[in-house]
Design a protein around this ligand. Structure first.
Ligand code: 5GP
Length: 201
């Protein structure tokens, strides 16, 4: 389980897309949200967009792995797709905030790797939010005022990557994923192989 968190506008979605390209072992967790879709966003692909009453139902039925209020909306990770992907031996990428990351870390322990993406500057964050042109000036201002709070949680993450150069940043995140995949604790299937090696096969 690979988590990417950052303040809004630090390039998380672009990095996620790059990670998912040409990697059959990685799938993206699609969150449920009460936020309204932005232009171009597709229900079931970007998010499961829903009314607060339906979101509450998911919470009450215990069907969310984690959930949190971010800005003025609720966001949560449906459990079932994550369980299915993990049982198929796939890795899963999560684009969730620090609150969700804390909840997942408690549940998943060593199965979770978390990366915090930092923007190179406050100015660049604002420029990105504005040029994205998907949110009103008021929403952009609110997201900017929340950025510092989100950034304050950077030290809770396993890795921190500064997105001053997109290609390098993507390269670093890919390297983290690659290294984490070969960590001894994740290579449970190797026991028999090693036994056979030691017996001379
Ligand atoms: P946006 O509205 O820009 O798509 O997302 C706003 C924030 O909500 C981002 O920081 C994103 O990482 C976070 N977020 C998206 N989905 C989830 C989720 O399922 N759980 C939590 N805790 N945060 C989420």
């Amino acid at each position: 389980m690979l988590v990417l968190s950052s303040p809004s506008g630090a390039g998380k979605s672009t990095i996620s897309r790059a990670l998912l390209e040409n990697d059959d072992r990685l799938s993206m967790s699609v969150s449920a949200t009460t936020r309204k879709p932005r232009p171009g966003e597709v229900d079931g692909k970007d998010y499961f967009f829903m009314e607060p009453v339906d979101f509450n139902l998911l919470v009450n039925k215990g069907q969310l792995l984690e959930h949190a209020k971010v800005f003025d909306n609720y966001y949560g990770t449906p459990s079932k797709p994550v369980e299915d992907a993990l049982s198929e031996g796939k890795d899963i990428l999560f684009d969730i905030d620090w609150q969700g990351t804390q909840q997942l870390a408690q549940k998943a322990g060593d199965d979770l790797v978390s990366i915090f993406i930092l923007p190179p500057s406050t100015k660049s964050l604002e420029t990105r939010l504005k040029t994205r042109a998907q949110d009103s000036d008021e929403v952009v201002a609110r997201r900017m005022s929340k950025a510092s709070e989100e950034i304050s949680h950077w030290a809770e993450y396993d890795y921190v990557v500064v997105n001053d150069d997109l290609e390098r940043c993507i390269g670093e995140v890919k390297a983290i994923l690659k290294a984490e995949r070969v960590r001894r604790i994740r290579r449970t299937g190797l026991l028999q192989f090693v036994d056979a090696l030691r017996e001379g096969y």
